[in-house]
Design a protein around this ligand. Structure first.
Ligand code: 1HN
Length: 352
């Protein structure tokens, strides 16, 4: 549908109502309600070898304490200045050097950490500490106190993923700071995994919270899961072998707004084209390959980060056995009844 013709009388009328903070819907309707998603998000890859020296250089310019969080934002080239990697999500690379701490605070935004480099630093979440290793997926749910510290002897770098743009769209941002640098711990390390990560729950356990009681999903167990499942070779044409991280209490995603996944693609596997309404941020953990996004190839390897925008057809080609972590806002989209996907490139195939 084209917008109706703008006659001089109509223009005069538009100018008049403009003074009263009104505007005609028929002039903007086609841009407002589009036939399919139109995103300012662009496909992009940040190569580890390229970004790593810049992240390390920040370590000599500012302390974690002074910065509050020493992070380089991965800013989508289509939305420079907006602090976002997709339209709804934020991502950044955080550096914490040996002996440093990142002070305790809490906010309504949900956060994930995906550990890229180094090991042995900790995150404390609402009174419990977890030690983080490469490939671990760590959750900081909305409004939980969290601080980080590095008691190891090596720098640690992880990817932060947050729903800040989504939270800000809804004008629901709050932040609070703990009086001291670190929060007190009232449960021992491993309390949560010992209680909730073995397909069992204490009798009478109730979780009224909209997020998982587990806040570290260690890579060793994720990898073991994928390795167990690969024996059956029941590869999904679009995803190879892709699993989602869940809240063990109700099977939902680990957080209310952000979904996280891990995926195994065997050597020489080429997936069938696919698209979904959730723009997806990937970070390969093992192996090399390429992803063809909207017709252009993006070559990836371990610790790179790349982004596939909403509704852009893409497929993966693994050169070696590859393991890819990914996250998106699917958890929010499914709850709101918005999420759609389309498998294959048959134009007659209806999205569902
Ligand atoms: C935050 O709280 C952290 O806790 C990292 O490590 C990145 C980006 C935006 C807003 C809050 C953290 C963040 C953040």
């Amino acid at each position: 549908m084209n917008a109706p013709k703008v006659t001089p009388e109509r223009q005069d009328y538009y100018n008049k109502i403009d003074q009263k903070s009104m505007t005609p819907l028929w002039e903007v309707l086609a841009n407002l309600v589009t036939k399919e998603p139109v995103s300012p998000c662009q496909p992009h890859i940040w190569k580890w070898d390229d970004v790593y020296p810049n992240v390390m250089e920040a370590g000599s310019l500012i302390t974690a304490q002074e910065a509050e969080r020493r992070v380089l934002i991965l800013e989508n080239p289509g939305m420079r200045g907006d602090s976002r990697i997709t339209h709804s999500l934020y991502a950044g690379l955080q550096l914490i050097l040996p002996g440093e701490i990142a002070v305790a605070h809490r906010h309504t935004a949900s956060a994930l950490r995906f550990i890229l480099h180094g090991g042995g630093a900790y995150t404390a979440v609402d009174g419990e500490k977890t030690i983080m290793e490469q490939g671990d997926f760590v959750v900081t749910p909305p409004w939980t106190w969290h601080d980080h510290g590095n008691d190891s002897d090596e720098p640690m770098i992880w990817m932060d993923g947050l729903d800040v743009p989504l939270v800000n769209t809804m004008d629901t941002s709050f932040v609070e700071f703990w009086d001291e640098d670190s929060q007190p711990l009232d449960r021992p390390v491993n309390y949560s995994p010992d209680h909730y990560s073995h397909n069992m729950l204490p009798v009478g356990y109730e979780n009224s919270k909209p997020y998982s009681p587990i806040f570290n999903y260690p890579y060793a167990r994720t990898r073991e899961t994928l390795e167990g499942m690969r024996k059956y070779e029941d590869w999904d044409a679009c995803h190879g072998l892709k699993v989602q991280y869940i809240n063990p209490v109700n099977g939902d995603f680990a957080m209310p707004t952000i979904s996280t996944f891990m995926q195994l693609l065997p050597k020489d596997f080429t997936t069938t084209p696919y698209r979904s309404t959730d723009g997806m941020v990937y970070s390969p953990v093992e192996g090399t390959g390429r992803t063809i996004i909207g017709g252009k190839a993006y070559e990836w390897g371990p610790k790179d980060v790349f982004v596939v925008p909403s509704w852009v057809p893409h497929h993966h080609e693994a050169s070696e056995d590859a393991v890819l972590f990914s996250f998106s806002d699917r958890s929010a989209q499914t709850k709101l009844g918005l999420w759609r996907e389309q498998r294959g490139n048959d134009p007659k195939s209806e999205p569902h």
